[in-house]
Write a protein that binds this ligand. Structure first.
Ligand SMILES: [Cu+2]
Length: 118
């Protein structure tokens, strides 16, 4: 009986967490502040970046991860593919974009992020 009650409590806690507390990673607004994306430990940080529509954008990438996986970042919608040197700031020029969401990732998609153009 105790175990069933405990299970019920855990379930309720999970439901509350899922519906009210869980929020996806906060998007960083590159129109308000200059953004440098840190590439390390399997994640782009920030991984969600707000970009102004209709004008060219420069994003800075700083790769900390020496593994070959992290070496290239690809923006498939814009046919942009850039090598990232380790521990060196790399500015990537993106063309003017229409509103929408566009993924960017490493060649194997272990690193992944989203551009939010608005
Ligand atoms: Cu990879």
């Amino acid at each position: 009986m105790m175990i069933i009650n405990l299970f019920g409590l855990v379930l309720i806690a999970l439901i509350i967490w899922w519906f009210w507390l869980y929020k996806p990673a906060k998007a960083i607004d590159s129109t308000m502040e200059s953004v440098t994306v840190i590439v390390n430990n399997g994640v782009y940080d920030p991984s969600r970046i707000i970009v102004a529509k209709g004008k060219e954008t420069t994003l800075n990438f700083l790769r900390k991860d020496g593994s070959p996986c992290a070496a290239t970042v690809i923006f498939p919608d814009f046919e942009v593919s850039e090598e990232l040197p380790v521990d060196e700031n790399k500015a990537i020029e993106l063309p003017s974009m229409a509103p929408g969401q566009y993924p960017f990732h490493c060649p194997m998609k272990m690193y992944s992020g989203t551009l939010i153009v608005e």
